[in-house]
Design a protein around this ligand. Structure first.
Ligand SMILES: Cc1ncc(COP(=O)(O)O)c(C=O)c1O
Length: 414
């Protein structure tokens, strides 16, 4: 391995949500949370960014831009390099090339999700998603008063999730669903949907004129040996699929605020472009070009490191929490662990682990619906941090039986 993913980097006082921003995001509006340690000593396994140094190719490209040209005025994408480097990356990794004229940028996928809920769905229309789900599918719909209809995924005894196609179809045909937020690969379950599953879902959407937003932000974070198929690749002649991808998850650049949104349909793309600012941060653009062009080796090492972290987690759970249900996900650096055998369903697990052992993770109630008893652990951290966090999680879980349950704070669900 050429890159050092074992290095523990101190993120204090760098504006990191993971470190300094957790109170508001995880516990805003709740009774004060009292950690068993100083806030700065809490182990962060929640927000989906990595505790690793970003890819050197990103940093080198930004330094080069700073040194090469001293002006950082209003900037937009006029040169072809961003598209070209992204298209080459897509070709190399998914054997798919979006067309240049369909390619747009956004300040992030979350701002784009917000905009889609505003501009692509009308009053009285509903949005569909698979649950458990990434919280912003709900927040974006709620912000514009769009009803969010949920289709509960089915979890088997090994912790693997599948789509209930009968329910999916019923929800679409009996409700005013106009837009489907697909998450592929899926956060939080880590499922990389098979081509069959993708086709089954998309065919129902197409037959019922439901616009598909395919949020593929986790598409490069695969277990070694697997490949990602963009939904749009399966439908080259159909244009009502919006594909969201980003260098931000893959290369740990979320703070740079740049993402790619591919909209094949001319009318939808024009509406979107009319709605959003064309400006981009020139450093972010440089970083994205840098990693899409020169980030391959770092990305390969990252995948191997994450694979080993997942194997380690599986081993620890099997040995120390045998009633936990967990299967190594196809994709993402997020582990979705079912601890329902250890805790009552209505316990706020985010708060429980923060207060009892100082580990910051995301409990099921942060994932829209159908996630009681589950926790999401961010495994994109050095092995030593993971080992320490898991020790604490194991102890706090095994100790729960010895606690009076009414001594555990249990605020209302989000
Ligand atoms: C499915 C999904 N979409 C979007 C985002 C965030 O996108 P961005 O940082 O580009 O706003 C995340 C972050 O975890 C995510 O999991």
């Amino acid at each position: 391995m050429s890159y050092d993913f074992d290095e523990v980097i101190d993120r204090r006082n760098t504006g990191a949500m993971a470190k300094d921003g957790f109170r508001n995001y995880l516990f805003g509006g709740q009774d004060p949370v009292v950690l068993p340690c100083a806030d700065e000593d809490a182990i962060s396994m929640w927000v989906a960014d990595m505790a690793f140094a970003s890819a050197p190719a990103a940093r080198a490209a930004m330094v080069d831009r700073v040194e090469r040209h001293p002006i950082f005025g209003y900037s937009a994408v006029f040169e072809p390099e961003l598209y070209d480097s992204f298209a080459r990356w897509c070709d190399a990794h998914y054997r798919w090339r979006p067309q240049a004229e369909h390619f747009t940028t956004s300040a992030g996928i979350v701002p784009a999700l917000m905009d889609f809920a505003e501009i692509f769905v009308g009053d009285g229309d509903a949005v569909l998603t698979l649950t458990p789900a990434y919280g912003y599918f709900k927040h974006s719909s709620a912000k514009y008063d769009r009803e969010l209809i949920t289709c509960a995924l089915v979890e088997d005894e090994s912790g693997r999730y599948t789509v209930d196609m009968a329910d999916f179809e019923a929800k679409i045909t009996t409700s005013p669903v106009r837009m489907f937020f697909l998450c592929h690969p899926h956060n939080p379950t880590g499922r990389l949907w098979t081509n069959d599953e993708l086709r089954q879902m998309a065919d129902v959407c197409i037959a019922n004129e439901v616009l598909i937003i395919s949020d593929e932000i986790h598409c490069d974070l695969l277990r070694a040996g697997t490949t990602h198929t963009p939904l749009a690749k399966l439908y080259p002649d159909y244009d009502k699929i919006v594909t969201c991808m980003s260098s931000s998850k893959t290369f740990n650049l979320a703070g740079l605020g740049i993402a790619n949104v591919i909209i094949a349909n001319d009318e939808l793309r024009e509406r979107w472009l009319d709605h959003v600012s064309p400006l981009v941060n020139p450093l972010s653009e440089a970083a994205a070009i840098g990693v899409f062009s020169h980030g391959h080796a770092w990305h390969r090492d990252l995948i191997n490191y994450l694979d080993a972290n997942f194997a380690y987690l599986a081993e620890v759970l099997a040995e120390k929490l045998p009633k936990a249900v967990f299967s190594i996900p196809d994709a993402t650096y997020l582990a979705w662990v079912n601890l329902a055998a250890y805790f009552p369903n209505d316990l706020n697990l985010t708060r429980y682990f923060a207060e009892t052992c100082g580990v910051l993770l995301e409990g099921g109630d942060m994932f829209v619906a159908d996630a009681d008893g589950h926790v999401r652990l961010n495994l994109a951290c050095p092995r030593s941090v993971l080992a320490n966090g898991l020790d604490k999680i194991v102890d706090a879980t095994n100790n729960f039986a010895g606690l009076r349950t009414d001594s555990v704070a249990n605020p209302p669900k989000v």
